[in-house]
Design a protein around this ligand. Structure first.
Ligand code: HEM
Length: 143
């Protein structure tokens, strides 16, 4: 396949995972909402999280091709980048359950502090992982 087509698809994937950069800010603004509005937010974030995971899948496939075609990446880069991606997959997956439990808790007027706390921590971690990833993408000769 053409290099530029792969790069284009890689940028489309980047847009999809960009959700993880804005998520901590979105969650920060939900505190003052009613329980039913927060239930809706948790549901929507759950769907977007799944979409972003498809984006991660695209990044792994297209990035893998790009990496295989170029031969100027160090071994460290070729190891750290896929590991970072798998970490993002794992953390996104770990966030799905507390999102579901928090939505159910808001619906039943239960105590969801533990779940929303987990969602916030994991979303912050995802934002940091994404920033490190994009840094390594742009400055790919730094390691
Ligand atoms: C969250 C996941 C990812 C994001 C957001 C991302 C983002 C980007 C961006 C913005 C660029 C353009 C950088 C530039 O041209 O200066 C890029 C290039 C690239 N990415 Fe990714 N990427 C991700 C995952 C991956 C993975 C997992 C791989 C490899 C397995 C990979 C391999 C590459 C390669 C080889 C390039 C071309 C770098 C070059 O030589 O210019 N990417 N990526």
């Amino acid at each position: 396949m053409d290099w530029s087509v792969l790069m284009f698809l890689h940028m489309v994937g980047t847009l999809a995972v960009g959700f993880y950069l804005v998520l901590p800010f979105v969650l920060g603004r939900t505190e003052k909402l009613s329980a039913s509005a927060r239930e809706g937010t948790m549901n929507v974030v759950g769907s977007l999280n799944r979409l972003a995971q498809y984006g991660l899948g695209i990044q792994l496939l297209t990035g893998g091709y790009l990496m295989a075609k170029g031969d100027d990446y160090s071994l460290a880069w070729k190891i750290i980048v896929p590991v970072l991606l798998l970490a993002m997959f794992a953390v996104g997956g770990m966030m799905a359950k507390p999102l579901r439990l928090a939505a159910a808790g808001f619906r039943d007027n239960g105590n969801v502090a533990a779940e929303t706390g987990k969602v916030k921590t994991l979303s912050a971690l995802l934002a940091v992982l994404l920033l490190v990833m994009v840094f390594l993408m742009v400055y790919n000769d730094i390691i």
